[in-house]
Design a protein around this ligand. Structure first.
Ligand code: 13P
Length: 240
């Protein structure tokens, strides 16, 4: 099955870079299973190009006096389709805990956004053999109170924190085992079989090997998504 390629541009690019990026991608991404997650400020440039678009963050509130926040309904109103929630960088730098993440997932689903829900363990947790425990807690607490019907709109992104931006990736066997564990947990606890993306140092060189993993439904890419040539090479692999 053709895999999803989600491009998390994080807090990169200024106005000129974005215009060049959009021009360089041009028609290449349309009608493919590629989701672009640009900085919030630049969402409209991608919307007008008809790409599948996601926001890197959303507010857990509806609207009102929440300075600096962007609501799901505002995003939905310009054509945003996905919300990235639970990314480790937001857990770390914005102090987002499982409860807040759970509220955000609920709010996104309520507003008809599809969710890419990130989970992952730190290097220390992995070394202490706590990966399963950490992932299970993130899944159970992040998705609590959401009914089966809505869970269909939640894709889980497994992003081991020690792999993000480091160039170090788990073996395919490790990814298979962890993905099976994630799916198994979601089925047992919520009676829902999620699609699972892998994220962490995916690039145009290693994606062919990773693409052999049947258990995953795609990739969440950070650094390599900033270079259009790399994006097009990765696209070629996932669309084979
Ligand atoms: P890198 O691909 O740069 O490791 O980032 C992964 C990531 O955090 C995507 O959300």
């Amino acid at each position: 099955m053709k895999k999803i390629l989600a491009l998390n541009l994080k807090m990169n690019f200024d106005y000129k870079d974005i215009k060049n990026y959009v021009v360089a991608l041009n028609d290449n991404l349309k009608a493919s299973d590629i989701i672009v997650l640009p900085p919030m400020l630049f969402l409209p440039y991608f919307i007008s190009q008809n790409y599948k678009i996601g926001a890197q963050n959303i507010s857990e509130f509806d609207n009102g006096a929440y300075t600096g926040e962007v609501s799901c309904s505002q995003l939905k109103s310009i054509g945003v389709a996905y919300a990235l929630i639970g990314h480790s960088e937001r857990r770390q730098y914005q102090c987002e805990n499982d409860d807040k993440i759970n509220s955000k997932i609920k709010k996104a689903l309520e507003n008809g956004l599809k969710v890419i829900f990130c989970i992952g363990e730190t290097k220390e947790e992995r070394e202490m053999l706590k990966t399963s425990k950490v992932l299970k807690k993130e899944i159970v607490d992040g998705l609590k109170g959401i009914d089966e019907n809505n869970l269909k709109n939640v894709i889980i992104a497994y992003e081991p924190i020690w792999s993000i931006g480091t160039g170090i990736i788990p073996t395919n066997k490790d990814i298979v085992d962890t993905t099976k564990f994630i799916i198994d947990t979601a089925v047992k606890v919520f009676n829902y079989k999620p699609k699972v993306l892998y994220g962490g140092s995916v690039n145009e060189k290693n994606i062919a090997e990773l693409n052999k993993i049947n258990e995953i439904s795609g990739f969440l890419v950070g650094g390599a998504s900033l270079d259009v040539k790399k994006v097009l090479k990765m696209k070629e692999v996932v669309e084979k």
